[in-house]
Design a protein around this ligand. Structure first.
Ligand SMILES: [Zn+2]
Ligand SMILES: [Zn+2]
Length: 306
């Protein structure tokens, strides 16, 4: 693999204090999950369900819907997916979309914000810790995310930098209250309710955020390093089955780079794309439409799609 220097707009290095501190603090907080008192099977179950639900805020919401516009939903559904993405602490919708559209324009060339040609660590999480003057400039937001900024819902997150924290921090009472309420419903013992509240807060929020972070980040790192290629896409994107399982589809990343606007990344029958099946489920429920098929289907004789 060729070696890249870090993207020019990152130099000279300037620590992104907000991102660096957040990533560090949340990982440190994650260690309290090892305290036996904070473990509960309900907490673990809510964590696993949360990895899927909030993870889809990124995969279906931020990625396939907002970045690639590979299908359409009513605005309220789009905003629910966006809020799930915000609660995953992966930045505002417009900033995430800008970085990802930049990634598709420059895939593994030097301006790519997170190519593993710099290093594995850089592509996985290092790129988040330093300010990238191009990726996060107002000019880039306007150039790459104009469509989002036209919606006042997304614009507000850019004009009020701490607005997203309202959604993020609201998860603390919600998850604590969920555990507390579940316990209190079955037994009036206050100590049990406090314990389950704390357990669901730690597992359902903190551990889940860390898990979804690393799952999303593995698409940028592992799926640009290890796996096979169905297509010569002139960059390093790979189809990685492990990442595909973890991300319920996104790991078929070479397929995605070949055909980024398609709502599915399943190009062979066994490259299962559960996220796409869920988009089709939304369609059956009348909540998704204009689903963009793969390029081969778009160009098939007799196809009316373009
Ligand atoms: Zn990629
Ligand atoms: Zn993409």
């Amino acid at each position: 693999m060729t070696h890249n220097s870090v993207p020019q707009p990152v130099l000279p290095y300037r620590l992104n204090r907000t991102y660096f501190t957040t990533i560090l603090l949340i990982h440190l907080l994650g260690f309290v999950a090892f305290v036996p008192w904070l473990f509960s099977w309900i907490g673990l179950l809510i964590c696993l369900a949360g990895i899927h639900v909030f993870g889809q805020g990124i995969t279906i919401g931020y990625h396939r819907l907002l970045t690639h516009r590979s299908f359409k939903t009513p605005k309220w559904i789009e905003h629910i997916f966006a809020i799930l993405g915000i609660c995953s602490m992966q930045d505002t919708p417009a900033r995430w979309v800008t970085v990802h559209r930049l990634h598709h324009v420059y895939s593994d060339d030097v301006p790519d914000p997170h190519s593993p040609r710099v290093s594995f660590f850089w592509s996985h999480m290092g790129w988040l810790m330093f300010i990238n003057r191009q990726a996060y400039s107002i000019a880039s937001l306007e150039k790459f995310s104009k469509d989002l900024l036209r919606d006042p819902f997304y614009l507000r997150f850019e004009t009020k930098p701490y607005f997203q924290f309202m959604y993020i921090l609201a998860q603390v009472p919600v998850f604590f209250g969920l555990g507390f309420g579940l316990s209190y419903f079955f037994s009036p013992a206050m100590s049990d309710a406090l314990q389950l509240g704390a357990s669901v807060l730690v597992w359902g929020f903190v551990v889940r955020v860390i898990a979804v972070w690393h799952i999303t980040w593995s698409v940028n790192s592992l799926s640009h390093m290890f796996g096979y290629q169905n297509y010569d896409t002139h960059e390093d994107s790979r189809n990685n089955w492990l990442v595909a399982i973890l991300t319920v589809g996104e790991g078929w990343h070479n397929n995605h780079h070949e055909d980024p606007s398609a709502a599915t990344v399943q190009h062979r029958w066994w490259e299962f794309d559960i996220s796409y099946y869920e988009i089709r489920l939304l369609e059956m429920l009348g909540l998704a439409s204009d689903i963009i098929p793969t390029r081969s289907t778009r160009h098939a004789p007799g196809s009316s799609a373009s």
